[in-house]
Design a protein around this ligand. Structure first.
Ligand code: ZN
Length: 281
């Protein structure tokens, strides 16, 4: 159980919350599935803390030795060298995006559209991922992004989007669609989106005036749809009692999001281990 939760948490943090991800690796070890990427994040993390290359290399070896069973320096020589070189390139950045803000003007705009709930949720998702992409681009390129709004029109970006919005086959069917492209096609006919060669142009975003009134602060990019559900008063969606992230609950007794649940379990385990050690001292 804890492994599944950790796995999900891992996946969630590695794209946009990399410092937090590094902290988790340092405390709990590698998830092994993404070792190269995890080493890269660690190397960038230590670089940003001001650690010179030699020391970074030493600490990476130390971490591998600690967390990888049967670790052998010779086998990892190439990998660790390439990761340290990667982290010495200033162009490579650690990505930390704590939250994305959604203004009340844009929420009102979506709420008042004459389209079904699924369309509204999809448009909400476009807003969040458009901003997320822009913030990431700004971190990577150290300058402001342009004011255009495009969403990459390829299967993997749509898969990530619909996953984060919990739009699956049965949800699509419930609203009378077979595929997500039917939903976007409908929105194209409504003049809210436009198909270009490689992108979906988010036309509707050009209609929304910029304002400073913040309505929603999105922190969990893996479950962006839940923020819109919570805003719309959907049944069985509530806030985590610890960190306020929206969660879907099966029973009323559920209180915490995955991250807070994992944290609680880890703390309890640590306490138990500590107690056990104290007794046998
Ligand atoms: Zn929480």
């Amino acid at each position: 159980m804890i492994n599944i939760q950790l796995e999900r948490l891992w996946y969630r943090l590695f794209q946009y919350n990399q410092s937090k991800y590094a902290d988790y690796i340092i405390k709990n070890g590698f998830s092994s599935k993404y070792l190269r990427m995890e080493l890269k994040i660690l190397a960038l993390y230590y670089r940003d803390k001001g650690m010179p290359p030699k020391k970074r290399k030493a600490i990476l070896y130390e971490m591998c030795n600690k967390y990888i069973e049967g670790f052998n320096r010779v086998n990892f020589f190439k990998l660790i060298n390439s990761v340290v070189t990667y982290s010495s390139n200033k162009k490579n950045k650690l990505i930390d995006i704590d939250h994305i803000l959604v203004t009340s003007t844009s929420l009102n705009y979506i709420d008042n559209l004459d389209v079904d709930y699924l369309c509204k949720k999809l448009l909400f998702g476009f807003i969040v991922f458009d901003k997320l992409g822009k913030v990431k681009w700004t971190i990577e390129n150290e300058k402001e992004s342009n004011n255009e709004h495009f969403f990459a029109n390829n299967p993997s970006s749509y898969r990530n989007l619909t996953k984060s919005l919990s739009i699956n086959k049965s949800v699509l069917r419930k609203y009378g669609y077979q595929k997500i492209y039917e939903v976007t096609h409908y929105l194209i006919n409504k003049g809210l989106l436009e198909d270009t060669i490689n992108n979906t142009k988010l036309l509707f975003l050009y209609n929304i005036p910029i304002d400073e009134n913040i309505s929603i602060e999105v922190k969990n990019y893996d479950n962006v749809g839940l923020y819109y559900d919570l805003h719309s008063g959907t049944k069985n969606v509530k806030k985590c009692e610890n960190c306020s992230v929206p969660i879907k609950v099966k029973s009323n007794s559920a209180k915490y999001c995955e991250e807070c649940k994992v944290k609680t379990i880890l703390t309890k385990t640590a306490e138990r281990v500590k107690k056990y050690r104290d007794v046998t001292k």
